[in-house]
Structure formats: structure tokens, C-alpha cells
Ligand binder design. Structure first.
Ligand code: IPE
Ligand code: IPE
Ligand code: MG
Length: 257
């Protein structure tokens, strides 16, 4: 195989569905609640049930990695009470689910600037990460106080430090060097991106990592999102032809080789 054939196209050749990593923007909690004349925070509570459902479904379907956007670096702009509820829910969900995740061999990690969180939450995150670190099942990533631009700036900072330490010359900085310093560098890039809630935007989620990801938008609000909706998204994904810059004819040839 020539070195410039991306790994996912290489997989197509073997006839496997190359769906290793799903990334989801879980949106629509507030509107779900408002339609029921309930406070927005009730929508966030209902959304936790969808999180549990989708983690389990991804595990059952043999997905290797699942990244969930739980709180963006811009979500601090929300009313203080809503931010407080979201932080409390994050803590409670980690506390309630740690054992269950561990028993199901889920490996959990959190990406984002966690220094902004309270100490109790930071400790809880570290505890659950440590508990599940050696698990071999689904790799679950929670993006919390995460921003795609934050991720890129952090990579730049880390590279600058390596240059200062004399490990690296500026001329050596290429896409591979930058990519290696980004969050999730050890995972395959997301194959499928899902955004619930009807908006069609990235909202500062994984900017670097979504370069060739298939984008799927659904009007279903996150608290209503279930296994059936997940399977619809996966079915839509399998109907796409990923070309990675090649022509359709080239890809077909590779598939049939
Ligand atoms: C997503 O739902 C959850 C977070 C951003 C934390 P929203 O709260 O954004 O719900 P809508 O978009 O207002 O309906
Ligand atoms: C994106 O949703 C962030 C999360 C789901 C955590 P938002 O609701 O914050 O996005 P915008 O503000 O509508 O773009
Ligand atoms: Mg929203």
C-alpha cells in the first residue's frame, strides 16, 4: 500500500465499515425543557440519561472511541445558576457512573482546561480517570471547558516549550508535530460527527481533528436522542463516500482492489 493512502481508505479495501470514532455535540437540552415549560436545567438532567444510553449503545456496536461535548469554553457566558447546575451534574454523573463505567471496561478521560473547575470536581475527574485508565473497552472522552481554539493554542505553547528546550527546530514543525501535541493525538480522528438540536455549526468543538470527519446534523433534541437515532446516523455515514482528496473513481478502485 502506498504511504499516502489514509488509514481509513485502507480499511475500506478490506470491506470493513471504518467507523472507529464518533464525536457528538449534545445540543438542545434547553429547548427540550422549555417546550415542556420546565426550567432549562431540567433539560440538562434529562440529557444525562441520553449520555448513558449512547455510551452503552456505542459499546455494544464496537465503536472504539466516543467523544462527547459537555461544556464549551464559551458556555461560561450562560447565567450563573445554569453553569452551576451543569457543574453539579457533571460531578454527580461521574460519581454515580464511575463503577458502572468501570465494570463495563470503559476508559474515561476528560479534555479541556480543567483548572477552571472547583477542586472537588477536579479530584473526581482524576479519580475516575485513574480508576478506568487500564480498561480495554470503549474509550470515552468528555470535552469539558473545551474549545478547539484552546486545543490549538495549547499545542502551540507545548511546541514553543520544546523549541526553547532545544528539542526541536522551528523548521521541523510540520502537521505531524502539531497533530501530536493536540488532544486525542493517540486516537483515530473522528469518522462521524453528530450534532443534535438542529443547529449546523461546529461551535468551537474539535477544529483540528474534524478535518475529514463526516458531518451529520439532526433536529432531534439531545434528551430525545436514542439508539435508533444513533443507528440512523451510522447508516447515513455508511452511505457516504470518503475521498480524502482523491477522486471517486480512485476510491472505488481502492475498494475493489
Ligand atoms: C446543550 O444544550 C448542553 C450544553 C451546551 C451544556 P443547550 O443547553 O445548549 O440547549 P439549547 O441549545 O439551549 O436548546
Ligand atoms: C455547543 O452547544 C456546546 C455543547 C453542546 C457543550 P452550544 O449550545 O453552546 O452552541 P451554540 O452557542 O448554539 O453555538
Ligand atoms: Mg445549545
Amino acid at each position: 500500500m502506498s504511504a499516502d493512502v489514509p488509514e481509513n481508505i485502507a480499511k475500506l479495501r478490506r470491506g470493513a465499515v471504518p467507523l472507529r470514532h464518533i464525536a457528538i455535540i449534545m445540543d438542545g437540552n434547553g429547548r427540550w425543557a422549555q417546550r415542556r415549560l420546565m426550567p432549562r436545567t431540567a433539560g440538562h438532567r434529562a440529557g444525562v440519561k441520553s449520555v448513558r444510553r449512547v455510551i452503552e449503545a456505542c459499546g455494544q456496536r464496537g465503536v472504539e472511541a466516543l467523544t462527547l461535548f459537555a461544556f464549551s469554553s464559551e458556555n461560561w457566558r450562560r447565567p450563573r445558576k445554569e453553569v452551576g447546575t451543569l457543574m453539579d451534574l457533571f460531578f454527580t454523573a461521574l460519581d454515580d457512573e464511575a463503577r458502572n463505567l468501570h465494570e463495563n471496561k470503559v476508559q474515561l478521560r476528560v479534555i479541556g482546561e480543567r483548572s477552571a473547575f472547583g477542586e472537588r470536581l477536579r479530584e473526581k475527574i482524576a479519580d475516575v480517570e485513574a480508576l478506568t485508565a487500564n480498561n480495554t473497552g470503549l474509550k470515552l472522552v468528555i470535552a469539558a471547558n473545551y474549545g478547539g481554539r484552546w486545543d490549538i493554542a495549547r499545542a502551540a505553547r507545548r511546541i514553543a516549550e520544546r523549541v526553547r528546550a532545544g528539542e526541536l527546530e522551528p523548521a521541523d514543525i510540520d502537521e505531524a508535530v502539531v497533530g501530536a501535541e493536540m488532544c486525542l493525538a493517540d486516537l483515530p480522528e473522528p469518522d462521524l460527527f453528530i450534532r443534535t438540536g438542529g443547529e449546523q455549526r461546529i461551535s468551537n468543538f474539535l477544529l483540528w481533528q474534524l478535518t475529514y470527519t463526516e458531518l451529520y446534523f439532526t433536529p432531534v433534541l439531545w434528551p430525545d436522542f436514542n439508539e435508533k437515532h444513533l443507528d440512523e446516523a451510522i447508516a447515513a455515514f455508511t452511505r457516504r463516500q470518503r475521498r480524502f482528496g482523491h477522486t471517486g473513481e480512485q476510491v472505488e478502485k481502492l475498494e475493489n482492489a
